[in-house]
Write a protein that binds this ligand. Sequence first.
Ligand code: IMP
Ligand code: MG
Length: 179
Amino acid sequence: MNSDPRIGRTIVGPDDLQLRIAQLGKQITADYQDEPPLLVAVLKGAFMFLADLAKQVDLLVDFDFMAVSSYGAATKSSGVVRIVKDLDCDLTGRHVLIVEDIIDSGLTLQFLRKNLCARGPKSVEVCALLVKDGLQRVDPDLKYEGFRIPPEFVVGYGLDAAEKYRNLGYIAEFLPDAK
Ligand code: IMP
Ligand code: MG
C-alpha cells in the first residue's frame, strides 16, 4: 500500500501525529478534571484518532459512536448529511466531546453539533484532528484542533478514498489519477 502510486506526499507523518495527539490528550485531561466527558467518535474516519487520543486522556471517559454519511463515494461534500448509525446513550446533562477526523466544508460538523445540542447535553465541544485551510463556510468553532492542512484530498489514519487506505499509518495526499 505504501508503494501505491495514488498515495502522494506525506501531509502529517506518524511521529508528528502521536506527538500532537499526546498534547491534545493532556489538554483534555486538564479541562475535564471535574466531570469526564462522553467521547463521541464520528465513524468511520475518526476510529484511529479516537483510539490513540483516548489512551492519552487520563480520565474515566465514556465512549459512544455515531456514523454519518456526507460524501458517498465522491471526494466533495454534498452538504446533505445522513445519520447512518445513531448514538446508544442519552446525552442529557452530559459533557459531550465530538471526536472528528477532518473538517473540510464544515457542513458535517455543523449538522452534528446542532443535532447533539438538541438532546439536552451540558456542553458540546469538538476535537478535530485535521482542518483544511480556508474551506469552511461557517466558523467550525473547535475547542481542540490537531493540524491545519492544505485544502487537498487526503487519506490514511482512518481517512478513506472510496473506503480504502484507512489503515495507512499517516496522513498522505491522495492522487486519484496516478497509475
Ligand atoms: P465536511 O462536511 O465537508 O466538513 O466533510 C467532513 C467529512 O468528510 C469528514 O468527516 C470526512 O469523513 C470526509 N472528508 C473530508 N475531507 C476528506 C479528505 O480529504 N479525505 C477523506 N475524507 C474526507
Ligand atoms: Mg469519509
